[in-house]
Design a protein around this ligand. Structure first.
Ligand SMILES: NC(=O)c1ccc[n+]([C@@H]2O[C@H](COP(=O)([O-])OP(=O)(O)OC[C@H]3O[C@@H](n4cnc5c(N)ncnc54)[C@H](OP(=O)(O)O)[C@@H]3O)[C@@H](O)[C@H]2O)c1
Length: 245
């Protein structure tokens, strides 16, 4: 396992699913992890678990759908943790209404804000210090839905995740000359609580056969552990078992 000692990592959406697994793996690899989500108690329990295992994790309760909260959180992280080496834009959500007919403007806005606008704002706030140091890694958690927009994933979610591809590309165009790289990981269906938001959630038996959060976390750490001269700009991580999605 690559040693991330001396590196500070931000993980958004760390209270569940991919984010929890990503925070645990970075902490186990020696990184200091700033964990962001709305559910403070869940984050505190996770931080305790990490500290019991000898790691260091800090909790930053924040609704990433709220610009002012993101700005305040980044300031707090800067004061408490210092420079950020790896930013993982993982927080995401979906709504039950998936068709254009059924999607309300509130649905559209929450999905755009939490998945796409937050990733942009964290990048906007953290890239300057990364460029100044000549080093930084930004991992964007996209989705298979960006490669195959569909009614199953929904119009708002597919559009937001496709937008993350543009954000990732421009981050590289702007950041690469300064040692900053961005990687977008596009997972297919994975067993996390997000699937409960489907109009028809998959049964537990099917979830056992799907990809698991650890698989995505391993991929994130792989991308972040490459030497800075190399960038896995885009990784499509799909399940081998296509019957269960
Ligand atoms: N599971 C899949 O099949 C799949 C496939 C492709 C891509 N993805 C993407 O992977 C990422 C992680 O999803 P997951 O499957 O791990 O889902 P999850 O278990 O539902 O976790 C979502 C995380 O995002 C956080 N979050 C949601 N809304 C937030 C808000 N307004 N402010 C702050 N944090 C917020 C949640 O924390 P709080 O509720 O505590 O705020 C939670 O920690 C998402 O971007 C998702 O779109 C998932």
């Amino acid at each position: 396992m690559t040693d991330f000692s001396g590196q500070n990592v931000i993980v958004t959406g760390a209270s569940s699913g991919f984010g929890e697994a990503i925070a645990l793996k970075f902490a186990a690899a020696g990184a200091h992890v700033a964990m962001i989500a709305r559910r403070e108690e869940v984050l505190r329990a996770l931080a305790q678990r990490i500290e019991n295992d000898g790691g260091r994790a800090l909790v930053f309760p924040c609704d990433v759908g709220d610009e002012a909260q993101i700005r305040a959180t980044v300031r707090k992280i800067d004061a408490e943790l210092g420079p950020i080496h790896v930013l993982v834009n993982n927080a995401g959500t979906n709504v039950v209404n998936r068709s254009i007919d059924a999607t309300t403007m509130d649905d559209w806005r929450v999905v755009a804000d939490v998945n796409l606008v937050s990733a942009y704002l964290f990048t906007n706030l953290l890239m300057p210090q990364m460029k100044e140091r000549g080093a930084g890694t930004i991992i964007n958690i996209g989705s298979r839905a960006a490669n195959y927009p569909s009614l199953l994933s929904g119009v708002a979610y597919s559009s937001a995740k496709l937008g993350m591809h543009a954000l990732n590309r421009v981050t590289n165009e702007e950041g690469n000359p300064h040692g900053v790289r961005a990687c977008i990981i596009n997972p297919g269906v994975t067993a996390t609580p997000l699937l409960d938001r489907r109009p028809v959630p998959p049964p537990q038996e099917a979830r056992k056969l799907m990809m698991q959060s650890e698989d995505i976390a391993d991929t994130v750490l792989y991308a972040a552990s490459l030497p800075l001269r190399a960038n896995a700009e885009r990784i499509d991580l799909y399940p081998t078992n296509t019957e269960v999605g």
